[in-house]
Design a protein around this ligand. Structure first.
Ligand SMILES: [Zn+2]
Ligand SMILES: [Zn+2]
Length: 143
């Protein structure tokens, strides 16, 4: 609990039991949980907490750089306790998001011609595919 306290204080955020519980849930649910999943986990400790409170805490954490948001296109936001630059492997079978500790070379080093005049500001590698267990079970939900 102490490190969660320090995390909040380092970002000048008021320490509340709700915020502490949300941070703890993010730590417990290692696999890039949705706000809904975090809410379910926090409710085990604070049954009276509302979804909105959990959601607002997550958004504040994102603004303050305590967590990051993974936004695969056309999907519900997933939250990430890892704020260091890293890529994601997204399984199209079970929708698991796996951290990839490897970063491609920055696009800013490419010529403007190659980039079609696009000005890159932030890049994060996202790769879709099938995780090991989905390959093994062949249990693929096509959508
Ligand atoms: Zn999978
Ligand atoms: Zn991640």
């Amino acid at each position: 609990m102490k490190s969660y306290l320090e995390k909040l204080r380092s970002r000048r955020l008021a320490v509340t039991p709700q915020r502490l519980a949300v941070l703890a849930a993010l730590e417990t649910l290692a696999d890039h949980p949705t706000a809904e999943r975090i809410y379910q986990e926090v409710r085990r400790q604070i049954p009276a907490i509302s979804f909105n409170t959990v959601y607002k805490a997550l958004e504040v954490f994102c603004q303050k750089g305590l967590v990051t948001k993974v936004n695969p296109l056309h999907e519900i936001a997933r939250y990430d306790k890892t704020i260091e630059e890293h890529g994601h492997l997204i399984c199209r079978g079970c929708h698991r998001i796996i951290d990839l500790v490897w970063n491609p070379p920055p696009l800013t080093s490419l010529s403007p011609e190659t980039l079609n005049g696009f000005l890159p500001e932030h890049q994060r590698l996202t790769v879709w595919g099938l995780c090991r267990s989905c390959q093994e079970s062949q249990n693929i939900k096509e959508d």
